[in-house]
Design a protein around this ligand. Structure first.
Ligand code: SF4
Ligand code: SF4
Length: 270
């Protein structure tokens, strides 16, 4: 089967926390993981009409069921470190009988309207911070992105952003991230709440995420107090103009979040 999608993150799992993150990602539409022999794993954002994904050599595509089979062969120690990963051949054999069930790669969904009010903040400390929230945490993922070191890396980010549904986040402290629109298959659209709340299927990431310090809500509701500014492809191209480059194409500095905001406002691209 040929995959059509964009690699949004590469990683080499080495801890329970990272394995849990894989389980969390594989609960979302539009995401799968590709394991290549002797190479980091790739988190792939599936697209209905994007280019075919190319891999250098043999690879295994993991969905949630196949990852579960891979996990059965892995061993972690009491500190949560991954002590034994199945070899590529063992993993191939483990998933061979499990038909690949790729999640939906439908075009990006329209933003969901808030449940009540317009992402209203909690009225008192007795309210849940999630009250009145449209739950963007369940229809976006955020993965780290290395800050581009020069023209070639900036071109790579520009190319990533050609995929509809992807944006770049620039933070106050200079960290960059990639955000992807998707939707968790566990989300209950009727109750607008997690459909596996309190159940073992709920990833540890969701169980331990503090809604009191929630960045998802701020970022995706355009709250100016968010630590991140989200840039679409068009906005990113404008921001590139204020990244100074050496003659050789290396980045000599990076604009802060507020520099980016000012530049976008000046260019009528808020
Ligand atoms: S965790 Fe954050 S984004 Fe998710 S529902 Fe609660 S406040 Fe909203
Ligand atoms: S809280 Fe529940 S619905 Fe939301 S991302 Fe986590 S598992 Fe999915």
């Amino acid at each position: 089967m040929t995959l059509s999608g964009t690699v949004v993150h590469r990683f080499s799992p080495s801890s329970v926390e990272q394995l849990d993150r894989v389980r969390y990602w594989l609960g979302f539409d539009r995401l799968c993981v590709v394991v290549e022999e002797g190479a980091p794993w790739s988190l792939v954002y599936l697209t209905a009409d994007g280019g075919a994904l190319t891999t250098a050599g043999p690879h295994i595509t993991l969905d949630a069921a196949r990852f579960s089979a891979w996990l059965d062969l892995a061993r972690v120690d009491h500190r949560g470190r991954l002590r034994r990963s199945p070899s590529f051949a063992e993993a191939q054999a483990a998933v061979a009988g499990i038909p690949l069930s790729l999640p939906s790669a439908d075009p990006v969904h329209a933003p969901r309207a808030p449940a009540t009010g317009a992402n209203t903040p909690p009225r008192s400390h007795l309210d849940s911070p999630c009250d009145g929230c449209a739950a963007p945490c369940c229809d976006h993922i955020v993965v780290p992105l290395t800050r581009p070191s020069g023209r070639a890396a900036l071109d790579a980010v520009s190319s990533l952003l050609e995929t509809p549904g992807l944006s770049v986040g620039v933070s106050d402290d200079g960290a960059w991230a990639l955000t992807a629109e998707t939707r968790c298959t566990h989300f209950d659209a009727d109750t607008r709440r997690c459909g596996v709340y309190g159940q073992p299927e709920r990833p540890g990431f969701c169980r331990t995420y503090s809604p009191w310090a929630c960045e998802f809500r701020k970022l995706f509701s355009g709250d100016p107090t968010s630590h991140f500014l989200s840039l679409t492809s068009r906005q990113f191209e404008a921001v590139r103009d204020i990244i100074p480059l050496s003659r050789g194409g290396s980045a000599l500095g990076w604009p802060s979040r507020s520099d980016c905001s000012e530049h976008l406002a000046k260019n009528d691209l808020p």
